[in-house]
Design a protein around this ligand. Structure first.
Ligand code: WTA
Length: 664
């Protein structure tokens, strides 16, 4: 073990951790063993992306080779044009063909367990079994009339069948649209409608901290507004009583069991749609991010391989705690990990079910080697106390991952010391739904680490900090994070909205991809993410648009106007603060009861993750003379700070004074 003597200062950004020699010793080999190799790869990839990515793509299975590696006509990228392949084949069948059929592909643990969190249900699915199960589901979908190009919606808990369904869709060329099980009915309506999806796969319910999330009931509620949905397949998981509509609904165990285990993979053009994943933007409804087959597959597999130093048949058990409903679950629970022939571990439920040490029990029980989670979870673990991880044997862990939001140095230090035995490298991976895979991240055993910095671009990613005109800024100046060259995993558009695609990502600084984050580079070229520059909130590492929460609040009819901003939150990173003007009928009783009603409304409408942490009632919102809500000012109020804002354009100064007066 290394000691803490290599920390220069935890508080200051100059704290540097040498790349872990402990990690290097624990691995049979390192894909990128040192910084000189990293520099060489990065330069090669930037100078000649065609050769670089072409060589990587050759490691995968193609029915037909590509004609050109990259056709770039900003903002449209085509990767591996002319080539045909299948993402399911590459994540499953290829491994079976390579002799990994009996290796465990998915290791799963259910939430319900004894009083101590012991004796849970455990399932092990080998690559061969995965191939069989996926084929059965694929045949079920085909029998229901699903054809190549038809979008299938998946709204399930974290059960192996969700992974089967994802891969089954990929197998037959039906793009999947996974909806996070924590979202409520209205989120399903918007997404199913936008994707024109006619088939939904769901569960009767999902386990979450000992209670049941009524998934099928939510689907039924959504379907009242979705006459276009023709088929619903329901996996029985929790045994709650649900309605089954005859002619539309069928049980998984009836429909899937009778299918055969043979189903050929559909030959897909590299640029054909693999999936849609809806994510929040700064305005309006969530946007359907389009990811295509060849580029996404290569990019997730390659980033997973390098960032986590994945090696097949080396006893690695990779646990990424993200839900499959988010991009992290798509890329680093399913595609990227399986494609490397490594066991992916899935856990069904909450970290504190039945007690707050559940994760550490799991790590010990399954000898997890790679543990990957979000800073918000780490902050919760810190609060729950050091004694919990200390009581378990975590020595199997060789690498830690962090994703979804900036990690504060205190959390980084705690993570390294208490979970990583003071020696594991921490991969702070910066990326987005739109990027498909990692953009900026250390590589283990290679990149020096600074707590709170996501360090350096992944080889081939041309990340830079620029001003609003696109000029690169000198070291330590805050600016806009852009990517100046295409990469294989990049989004190919927003479903059904080309204008929004161009305008959001490429229009502001022509020729460059605008990530939507503010950041700076330090003197060593390391990146420090400062947070979103748009009206996207990052609550517990989950993306939410302020506009979505505002429209839900106003939709309650209890308030006439609402403005939502982020505020600092000890555990969640960012909490949700809502400033509301009550409807005249309720103005006299703008009290705690109304606050509770609003919170419940948002929970039922969008989901618990969107529930405001603070609601303040006000008679008016601070606006500029042209009627724009002054959000930055509200952010200061929510944070309890004196504003540094120029308020000369504020229409009514009294509003500001009143906002400060109104208590929570
Ligand atoms: C934020 C999640 C700092 C960022 C993979 C980004 C991060 C948004 C990090 C994307 C990180 C993600 N450090 N910030 N390591 N990772 N973010 O689409 O603001 O759910 O733009 O993808 O999360 O969130 P999304």
């Amino acid at each position: 073990m290394t000691s803490t003597s290599n920390i220069q200062s935890v508080q200051s950004e100059s704290a540097v951790y040498a790349p872990s020699s402990h990690f290097a010793k624990a691995m049979p080999s390192l894909h990128v063993p040192d910084m000189a190799t990293y520099e060489k790869l990065h330069t090669q990839a930037l100078n000649n992306p065609e050769n670089f990515w072409g060589d990587i793509a050759k490691e995968f299975h193609w029915y037909k080779p590509w004609n050109t590696v990259l056709e770039w006509n900003c903002p449209d990228a085509k990767w591996f044009s002319g080539g045909t392949t299948n993402a399911c084949f590459n994540a499953v069948d290829r491994l079976v063909a390579n002799g990994q059929g009996d290796d465990v592909a998915i290791l799963w643990e259910g939430e319900p367990a004894g009083d101590n969190g012991d004796t849970p249900e455990i399932r092990k699915i080998t690559y061969k079994e995965l191939q069989n199960e996926v084929s059965r589901v694929a045949n079920t979908l085909k029998r229901m009339g699903v054809r190549k190009g038809d979008v299938v919606t998946l709204y399930m808990g974290m059960v192996p069948e969700l992974a089967f369904a994802v891969l089954a869709c990929a197998r037959i060329g039906a793009p999947h649209s996974v909806i996070f099980g924590g979202f409520a009915a209205s989120a399903i309506v918007d997404r199913v409608h936008d994707a024109k999806s006619k088939v939904i796969v769901t569960c009767d319910g999902a386990w979450r901290r000992g209670s049941i999330v009524p998934l099928k009931e939510n689907v039924d509620k959504a379907c009242e507004q979705l006459p276009e949905v023709k088929n619903i397949v329901v996996l029985k998981r929790v045994g709650n009583s649900i309605n089954m509509k005859s002619g539309r609904d069928q049980w998984w165990h009836d429909a899937v069991a009778k299918e055969t285990t043979s189903c050929a993979c559909e030959e897909m053009e590299a640029e054909e749609l693999l999936f849609l994943l809806y994510t929040s933007g700064s305005t309006g409804k969530p946007k359907g991010i389009r990811h295509t087959t060849g580029g996404y597959m290569i990019y997730t597999a390659h980033t997973a391989k390098l960032t986590f130093n994945l090696l097949p048949r080396a006893g690695q058990i990779f646990w990424c705690t993200a839900d499959i409903g988010w991009i992290t679950g798509h890329s680093y629970v399913i595609y990227g990990i399986l494609a490397n022939g490594v066991t992916t571990f899935m856990y069904e439920g909450a970290p504190n079910a039945p007690k707050e040490d559940r994760f550490w029990r799991i790590v010990q029980r399954h000898k997890i080697t790679h543990f990957h989670t979000a800073p918000t979870a780490i902050r919760a673990f810190m609060k729950w106390g050091d004694a919990l991880p200390a009581a378990h044997d975590l020595s199997s862990v060789k690498l830690l991952g962090s994703v979804g939001e900036p990690i504060n140095p205190e959390a980084w230090m705690w993570y390294r010391e208490k979970i990583g035995g003071d020696c594991c490298p921490i991969m702070d991976t910066f990326w987005q739904t739109e990027s498909g895979g990692h953009l900026i991240t250390p590589l283990p055993g290679c990149t020096p680490m600074k707590p709170g910095s996501c360090t350096l671009p992944f080889p081939g990613v041309d990340a830079a900090i620029v001003d609003e005109q696109g000029n690169e800024l000198p070291a330590n100046s805050g600016g806009l994070l852009v990517i100046r060259k295409p990469w294989p995993g990049m989004l190919r558009g927003i479903h059904g909205d080309r204008e929004r695609y161009i305008e959001t990502y490429w229009g502001k600084i022509p020729g460059m991809y605008l990530a939507g984050d503010g950041a700076r580079r330090d003197g060593d070229g390391f990146f420090w993410i400062m947070g979103r520059i748009d009206d996207v909130l990052n609550v517990s590492g989950h993306r939410l648009g302020t506009a979505e929460v505002e429209s839900s609040l106003v939709g309650s009819k209890l308030v006439v106007e609402a403005a939502v901003v982020g505020m600092p939150h000890e555990i969640k990173g960012t909490g949700i603060a809502a400033f509301c003007v009550p409807h005249p009928d309720y103005a006299h009783a703008a009290d705690d009861a109304l606050r509770q009603k609003l919170m419940l409304h948002v929970t039922n409408d969008i989901g618990a993750i969107a529930r405001p942490d603070m609601i303040r009632f006000t008679t008016g919102l601070p606006k500029t003379r042209s009627g724009k809500i002054m959000r930055r000012l509200l952010r200061d109020v929510a944070a309890g700070k004196e504003t540094t804002q120029d308020v000369t354009t504020l229409e009514d100064f009294n509003v500001l004074a009143k906002l400060r007066e109104s208590d929570e």
